[in-house]
Ligand binder design. Structure first.
Ligand code: ATP
Length: 298
């Protein structure tokens, strides 16, 4: 079984593009506030946590009651720590993120932030505390400045610029014909994958969230841009409680804990070193990825 599962894992990861991505999440989340499935409890409290602990406790969930997707998920992200989730396509990784953002309510168990059930918090304070860096950032047909300010609409120009500088996209912007007022989109500036991710990072910086969800892009950037983006994300994650949905093992090595998911369950967990020593599915995935890297150096 083990010998089979590692290649399957990799296949799942590679075929990633074909399936629904967390990508759509941001777009979906935009609609979310109008959705009535998830409502504030009458006595909902405001979340005001600086470095919260996030806990999944016996979480079960299915989009359709006839098909359970998460089959009892337990893990903690300690205050300010980073937990990375790996697993093949469809194993339920993105679903964890959607539930944390409370796009849906769990069917059983609970998700807690500093010991408080999500369902006891106001949605506006919950969502105000979480920033998502999606794998494919949705840009609006508006100016580049607007697209960054979207992270916090009331931010000043100086704050927008500071976020853009930290995300290393300021220089690119000021070289455009109209600087921050340059339109993006169909008739305007076309941004590369890496530039879009920088916009997403700038947005997240502006939002200054206590919880960060990072859905790693599958579309390969060149290895130099990838390292640069990774460094910026690492900085963004400092002091924030972070959940990483990972598609490349090279980016999860430094996570405090790695969860390996398979068919809605966590089948292995530990640090990179612990998982390698365990010699299970993760170790096989790692070996396979190393071999591929040897064959086709980036
Ligand atoms: P990937 O790596 O491909 O993003 P994943 O591990 O993140 O996969 P999820 O997106 O969490 O997987 O999906 C888990 C399962 O739930 C899949 O079988 C998927 O088809 C199903 N699913 C996801 N979103 C929905 C939805 N909105 N309605 C119904 N089923 C869904």
């Amino acid at each position: 079984l083990l010998q089979l599962s590692a290649p399957l894992f990799m296949l799942g990861m590679m075929y990633r593009e074909v399936k629904q991505a967390l990508t759509n999440m941001e777009r979906l989340f935009g609609l979310l506030d109008e959705r009535q499935d998830v409502r504030d409890a009458p006595d909902a409290q405001v979340l005001d946590a600086r470095r919260p602990t996030v806990s999944f406790r016996g979480v079960r969930f299915g989009y359709d009651p006839r098909r359970e997707i998460l089959q009892g998920i337990d893990f903690d992200i300690p205050a300010g720590a980073t937990v990375a989730v790996v697993g093949h396509s469809g194993s339920g990784k993105s679903t964890l993120a959607r539930l944390l953002y409370r796009f849906y309510d769990v069917d059983a168990g609970a998700i807690e932030i500093d010991g408080r059930d999500l369902r006891q918090l106001t949605q506006s304070s919950l969502r105000g505390s979480i920033a998502i860096v999606p794998q494919d950032t949705v840009l609006f047909n508006d100016t580049i400045g607007y697209n960054i300010r979207y992270g916090r609409p009331e931010a000043s120009d100086a704050e927008v610029e500071a976020a853009a500088r930290s995300a290393h996209i300021h220089d690119f912007i000021v070289h455009q014909p109209d600087g921050y007022d340059t339109p993006v989109g169909e008739r305007g500036l076309k941004l590369s994958g890496g530039e879009k991710q920088r916009v997403a990072i700038a947005r997240a910086l502006l939002k200054n969230p206590s919880i960060l969800i990072f859905d790693e892009a599958t579309s390969a950037l060149d290895s130099k841009s990838e390292r640069a983006i990774q460094a910026e994300l690492d900085r963004l994650a400092v002091g924030r409680t972070t959940l990483v949905i990972a598609h490349r093992l090279s980016t999860v090595m430094d996570a405090d804990q790695i969860l390996v998911m398979d068919a809605g369950r966590i089948i292995e967990r530990g640090s990179h070193a612990q998982l390698l020593a365990l010699g299970g599915v993760y170790a096989q995935m790692w070996e396979l990825q190393q071999r591929q890297a040897d064959v086709a150096p980036a």
